[in-house]
Write a protein that binds this ligand. Structure first.
Ligand SMILES: O=C(O)c1cc(C(=O)O)c2c(n1)C(=O)C(=O)c1cc(C(=O)O)[nH]c1-2
Ligand SMILES: [Ca+2]
Length: 560
């Protein structure tokens, strides 16, 4: 029978496999395993390591999946490997042939695959979806999502919810139109399609794949002036989470396009927001916009992790804009919002009544048409930088400690606007920027955050920006990787460092854990890259000593 929908919904509780990105569709990244714990972790040693080989050693952001004695792990440049989970021996690999002219904005990354029945499914940088047989690696189906020459790409792991395959798209820097798609995971056939830019119609598809006109009611472009909604961005580039208790999939949406916000006065829905989509119908049931009329590329894709607090089902989101939001998962109502980074310039806070930010006067980069020569607007210093208080690296929530563990970054930028018009397949920014560190000591900080109080309970500073995800366990441990190459384990209650291992390249991927027989394993992918070395300006210079790589490491407790 392979991987069933029921198994995926129970993924967070089952300890023998890892079936979904997020270690459960809710995305908590918490494991009930405790063989590796605060007392035993000092004996954690490598079990095996596997190299992704060749010269394709760019950012490795993939979260491995574990099932039926196999590890499924994607690698940069749209590759996927199946490995023997006991020995690390390669069972098969699939290297997707990428055309010239793909346009990923922020490195040739892939964040992982999805499992369903006998299939392993992943998306590619030329905006395709590929389903392979888990045993043989043979391609079972392949579907084109959209036109890579128009700037579409895919970097996120697909999500299985209610037996459907849910995926987003990347390309917000090229004026694509963001959306969430639901497909039959067995065939790749579209079931519904829901755009995330107001003005665009959603569709349902019949059994033969024929579009049912007006299948999902559309919305008018009232929060977008003129024609800009046609190229409005709001890419769903980090994928989504799913909560079986609400029946909603939660997708973050990226920046509105172009970055120059003076061209598009209005809120620009549903950009820089979380949308809750009823998986059964494809309808947006609620939305919460973290940065209305985003002018900083604050995006809004960050993962929405549901959890229980105060007798309610809530969701936590550490937004790129520097604020942490606690939102009712059923209706989208804001419960609380507080900063999770120390310096925020663009807003003084979030109004808990209206849910809207209190924008700082003149905090927005200036309108170029009002600049001295009509070509460059006033330069503004902003914190966080556009790379965010948090970016693609997923946080974790522990129901045991009731804390979120957030891989945060402290940095700022000079940002300005320039004139821009849309051209298919060209960058659609209308902005320039220089990222700046705020201090010498550190940029990254892993923070344990209490969602009840908004307090930072402890933090572990890191010199380079943190870009790898986090995992917490019932062994009272928090695992995360650093660009300096370490996988670390901290005491979940105090933040004290209890163990670290040098993986040989920077870690920008989230760790996982599972049990095989009587042994608990931990795995993480290593390979420096992603957006920081490409766009980090002064910060990129500061970390340019880091070496690229591409490998997966697996650990267990030493028996001696
Ligand atoms: O708007 C988009 O479509 C889009 C896509 C992606 C991506 O797919 O990786 C990133 C971003 N934006 C982005 O703004 C960003 O900072 C970023 C960092 C990374 C990364 O993997 O390191 N991807 C992306
Ligand atoms: Ca973006």
């Amino acid at each position: 029978a392979g991987v069933t929908n029921a198994m995926i919904e129970a993924d967070a509780k089952s300890t023998n496999d890892v079936l979904s990105w997020g270690m459960g569709p809710q995305g908590q990244r918490y494991s009930t395993l405790n063989q590796i714990n605060t007392k035993t972790v000092s004996k954690l040693v490598p079990a095996w390591s596997f190299s992704f080989g060749g010269e394709k050693q760019r950012g490795q952001e993939s979260q491995p999946l574990i099932h039926d004695g196999k590890m499924f792990v994607t690698a940069s440049y749209s590759r996927i490997y199946a490995l023997d989970v006991k020995t690390g021996e390669k069972l098969w690999k699939y290297e997707h042939r990428l055309p010239d002219g793909i346009m990923p904005c922020c490195d040739v990354v892939n964040r992982g695959a999805a499992l369903f029945e006998n299939l392993v499914i992943f998306s590619t940088l030329d905006a395709q979806l590929i389903a392979l047989d888990q045993k043989t690696g043979d391609v079972v189906w392949k579907e084109k999502v959209d036109d890579y020459a128009a700037g579409y790409s895919n970097t996120a792991a697909p999500l299985i919810a209610k037996g459907l395959l849910l995926t987003g798209v990347s390309g917000g820097e090229f004026g694509i139109v963001g959306r969430v798609e639901a497909r039959d995971p067995r065939t790749g056939q579209l079931v519904w399609l829901r755009p995330t830019v107001e003005g665009h119609m959603g569709y349902k598809y019949d059994k033969d794949g024929k579009q049912i006109e007006n299948g999902i009611s559309g919305t008018t472009n009232k929060t977008w002036p003129g024609d800009l909604w046609k190229t409005g961005g709001a890419a769903t580039w980090l994928g989504g989470t799913y909560d079986p208790t609400t029946g909603f999939a939660y997708f973050g949406t990226g920046n509105p396009a172009p970055w120059n916000s003076h061209l598009r006065p209005g809120d620009n829905l549903y950009s820089a927001a979380t949308v809750a989509i009823d998986v059964a119908t494809g309808q947006i049931k609620w939305h919460y916009q973290t940065t209305p009329n985003d002018g900083w590329d604050f995006d809004g894709v960050n993962e929405f992790i549901t959890f229980d607090m105060n007798g309610k089902r809530l969701g936590g989101k550490a937004d790129r804009n520097g604020f942490f939001y606690v939102i009712d998962a059923k209706n989208g109502k804001l419960e609380n919002a507080f900063p999770f980074v120390k310096k925020i310039t663009w807003a003084t806070g979030i109004d808990l009544k209206t849910g809207r930010p209190n924008f700082t006067p003149n905090g927005r980069p200036g309108d170029p048409t009002k600049g001295a020569d009509g070509k460059k607007g006033e330069v503004v210093f902003s914190a966080p930088s556009f790379l965010g208080g948090k970016n693609q690296q997923p946080m974790a929530y522990s129901p045991k400690s009731q804390l979120f563990y957030v891989p945060a970054n402290e940095w700022g930028m000079d940002i300005w606007n320039e004139p821009i018009s849309y051209k298919k397949g060209a960058a659609f920014l209308g902005a320039g920027f220089t990222i700046k560190p705020l201090q010498d000591e550190y940029i990254g900080a892993l923070r344990a955050i209490d969602p009840k109080t908004g307090k930072i309970v402890w933090e572990a500073k890191n010199n380079a920006p943190l870009w790898g995800g986090v995992m917490s366990t019932a062994g009272d441990l928090v695992f995360y990787g650093t660009p300096e190459g370490y996988l670390k384990a901290l005491d979940a209650k105090t933040g004290k460092e209890l163990w670290k291992f040098q993986t040989g390249s920077g870690v920008v991927a989230p760790p996982v854990t599972w049990q095989e027989g009587n042994t608990q394993y931990v795995a993480v992918v290593s390979g420096w890259g992603g957006a920081v070395p490409l766009w980090g300006g002064e910060v990129a210079k500061r970390v340019n000593f880091l070496e690229q790589g591409g490998s997966v490491w697996v650990f267990k407790l030493s028996s001696i």
